[in-house]
Design a protein around this ligand. Structure first.
Ligand code: MOS
Length: 694
């Protein structure tokens, strides 16, 4: 339980302003790309212009003539590196299996094929454009239906089974009173944080310092040390501020290695900043999915069978497979459930985790199918979900630590005015727009990992140190809140240092697990210091045997009201409301920002985002923020997020689960369901663009 001084209002649960807010709005927060360093050299990446083949020749002579060019690394003169195997338990997770610059092979468009280093940024970029390459082309595998592409059935995603069945799905689908049997597809998506990936690498003898925006400083430290074959403690990753991540700064990328390689060879600091286009090509994406969902119910609307078969486009350069079916065995009660995932290996950039990997595309498919089932049965979509609420995790056969999906649905219905919805398609219009309401469930696991924290007292102030991350989420602020409560002091007496691999260990800022993992360690360290009365204390915290006794998940409900202009095919989201069950909320202000950001992410997915590959060259056609469309302010109408607060003390002593990813889940389905409610058109292929509605 939270320790507080008698009579003092706890800071946990209070919407304090971001403690790092002033640094950010005044420009004092130091981001990697802007960091000034003496005698720095600038690197630029040259990328392939074919999707598959080998480099026949690479001519750097014209590039080398540019004034200020120091060195050009190609596969012919680069030091040799081996890509280590991804091992999450060892906190060593390269995003790719393929290591560029080691030979003439090209396996996707936009692959790194040379690194130019120069005295100035401009010289490096100009020289990179003058590297001349010829190729021997091989046929490229670019589409999910290419019969020549290898297909595999991956067994698991971070320990969760990807091919499972309980009961007898076929028999119960055949005898169901109502069934839905449809294909739902989601395109490749790109994360595009405002801050591009960047590395500033500096050697001091055999020791390497890397400034890089990272969601996992410990993971990057292990990766760089392993690739260079040097002791882990000789690599120092510094990442105090991260301008957005969404998953694509979590795993480790080869550009960090190339910047460090250049710094070592040139014996001076090297700064490498990826271009916006290179973010699309080299830093992961959410792979496209084709989800064949078959669900059946009895005449009362009770689910009798779910079959969720996903085909995922992954990359020959990588290993990541979107686990889109993972929600189906646990979200509702259903005796007969099968999920399967098939990976198709293509010559496209390696994918990776993107905000709620699995749950985001998975809820689009399952929650759309549920809406179709509700229509067929003539049952209200909320009633159908309530009817099928699960009293336990039927896959793990464990009770949920805390599950309040029904409360989210019912509270949301009341707040949103669900009663007042149009009952049938094309029932309500205003001027030239049809109005539609849609609802969908949201869900994300409640993960927790081991973490440590240190507190130091200096006269009246306290310094909290953890190797965790603030990727815009509010981590600085909630650490200060938890520490202040545990120490019984005001938040102004707390200083927080994070984003540094030399600090006590913390997990990746991924899987929405930082809050649930780090806060118990911060609290424990502060309580220890308070008890000892000393000047320094360190504490570790880790999940225990509750992990085998309960199933931990967050839940939510997404509501939208949309307007469709049928002559233009335009969909506007007039209102959106998310209701979330994420345990204790430490800072309602920063948590709300996470929820709203997640929901906007979902609106982009539903209506705009569409990663397109050229079918001949494999180039990412939408490789910029004009062609890869994401919502701007004008695209978002009224939007709100509220929570039902049921602290989850089975997960940790703070009672908090994470809030970073769940906001995205369910949104695309709610919008697709609302489009159906408005127009009678069921769109199963995202994004819902005008051409699909005309
Ligand atoms: Mo999240 S995509 O697990 O950073």
């Amino acid at each position: 339980m939270t320790a507080t001084l008698t009579g003092r209002k706890p800071l946990i649960g209070t919407p304090i302003d971001r403690v790092d807010g002033r640094l950010k709005v005044t420009g004092q927060a130091q981001y990697t790309a802007d960091m000034p360093v003496e005698h720095v050299a600038y690197a630029a990446i040259v990328t392939s212009t074919i999707a598959h083949g080998t480099i026949r020749s690479i001519d750097t002579s014209a590039a080398a003539e540019i004034h200020g060019v120091l060195k050009i690394f190609t596969h012919e003169n680069s030091p040799r590196f081996t890509q280590p195997e991804a091992d999450f338990m060892k906190a060593l997770v390269p995003a790719q299996t393929f290591m560029p610059l080691q030979g003439p092979d090209v396996v996707h468009y936009g692959q790194q094929i040379a690194i130019v280093v120069a005295e100035t940024f401009e010289a490096a970029r100009a020289a990179a454009a003058r590297v001349r390459v010829t190729y021997d082309l091989s046929p490229a595998l670019l589409t999910l239906d290419d019969p020549k592409a290898a297909r595999t059935k991956p067994e698991e995603f971070f320990g969760s089974a990807l091919q499972t069945e309980r009961g007898n799905v076929e028999r119960h689908l055949a005898s169901a009173a109502a069934t839905v049997d449809e294909l739902y597809t989601t395109p490749t998506q790109f994360h595009n944080p405002m801050e591009p990936h960047a590395t500033l690498a500096q050697w001091n003898g055999d020791k390497l310092t890397v400034h890089e925006p990272s969601q996992w400083v410990k993971g990057l430290q292990n990766y760089v040390a392993t690739v260079f074959g040097i002791p882990v403690e000789d690599v120092h990753i510094i990442s105090p501020f991260v301008g957005g991540g969404f998953g694509n700064k979590g795993f480790s990328f080869a550009h960090t290695i190339f910047a460090a390689m250049a710094a070592r060879e040139l014996k001076r600091p090297v700064k490498l900043v990826l271009t916006r286009t290179q973010l699309f090509e080299q830093t992961g994406n959410r792979p496209r999915t084709e989800q064949h969902v078959r669900i059946g119910a009895d005449k009362d609307g009770r689910l009798v069978a779910i079959d969720h078969a996903s085909t995922i486009g992954t990359s020959v350069a990588g290993w990541f497979v979107e686990p889109s079916g993972r929600i189906s065995p646990m979200l509702y009660s259903c005796p007969n459930v099968r999920i399967s995932h098939e990976a198709v290996w293509l010559n496209t950039p390696a994918p990776g985790p993107m905000r709620a990997p699995g749950e985001t595309p998975g809820t689009f498919a399952l929650e759309s199918a549920l809406d179709e089932l509700a229509t067929k049965l003539g049952i209200d979509p909320i009633e159908l979900r309530v009817k099928n609420d699960a009293s336990q995790d039927e896959e793990e056969k464990l009770p949920f630590s805390s599950r309040h999906l029904v409360e989210c649905l019912q509270l949301g219905a009341k707040r949103f005015g669900w009663e007042d919805r149009p009952r049938n398609p094309r029932e309500r219009r205003e001027h030239n727009e049809f109005i539609g309401f849609g609802v969908a469930s949201a869900t994300f696991p409640g993960l927790r990992s081991p973490a440590s924290a240190r507190v130091r007292r200096d006269k009246e102030s306290f310094l909290i140190e953890v190797a965790t991350h603030d990727i815009g989420t509010g981590m600085y602020s909630i650490i200060a809140q938890v520490a202040a409560d545990a120490l019984g002091v005001g938040v102004e007496r707390i200083e927080v240092r994070i984003g540094d691999s030399a600090l006590p260990a913390a997990p990746v800022a991924g899987g929405s697990m930082s809050t649930a993992s780090v806060m118990p360690a911060v609290q424990a360290a502060c309580l220890k210091l308070r008890e000892s009365g000393g000047n320094e204390a360190e504490a570790s915290s880790a999940p225990g045997d509750e992990q085998g006794r309960y199933s931990f998940h967050s839940f939510g409900a997404q509501f939208v009201e949309i307007r469709v202009d049928e002559t233009l095919g335009r969909v506007r989201v007039a209102r959106a409301l998310g209701v979330f069950d994420c345990g204790k909320i430490i800072n309602p202000k920063t948590a709300r920002s996470q929820f709203l950001g997640g929901m906007v992410f979902g609106i982009g997915m539903a209506l705009m985002e569409d990663g397109v590959f050229d079918k001949r060259s494999g180039r990412v056609v939408t490789d910029n923020l004009a062609d890869y469309r994401i919502p701007v302010n004008a695209d978002i109408g009224e939007i709100d997020a509220i929570t039902v607060e049921h602290p989850d003390f089975l997960l940790n002593p703070i009672g908090a689960r994470g809030v970073g990813e769940i906001g995205t889940t369910g949104v695309a389905a709610a919008i697709a369901n609302a489009v159906y409610n408005a127009t009678g058109k069921r769109i199963r292929t995202l994004p819902i663009t005008p051409d699909k509605l005309l």
